[in-house]
Write a protein of this length. Sequence first.
Length: 137
Amino acid sequence: MSLFNVLEIAASGMSAQSTRLNTTASNLANADSVSSSTNETYRARSPVFATMMDAFGGSSEGVGVKVQGIVESQAPLRKQYQPGHPKADDEGYIFLPNVNQIEEMANMISASRSYQSNVEVAKTSKQLLMRTLSLGE
């Protein structure tokens, strides 16, 4: 595996973790949004990652990660009885997202650390590449 491949893999990892950070931020931003029906209520989202395989070299080794898509959580929504709330339904209930703020904060820390690890891999690879090029001097 060349150093150029390492840089591509690290870049794909940074892109994937950036998507993960963005979906986590969206979940946290909408954690307290209120709705009057289950169809309108925000649902927690998370990215689905897949390994990119080496299509050109003929090998079956992974050459990065890609975001396959964004899926919504199927966890039940939170339902609260608040008959005086302006968004309460006919029975007096409001619906809140299925976002677990503690899980989202842990997810954000994990994604941030993974992103930083990929930055370090790219930085080290760049340094190694520069040292290799300077050998001919």
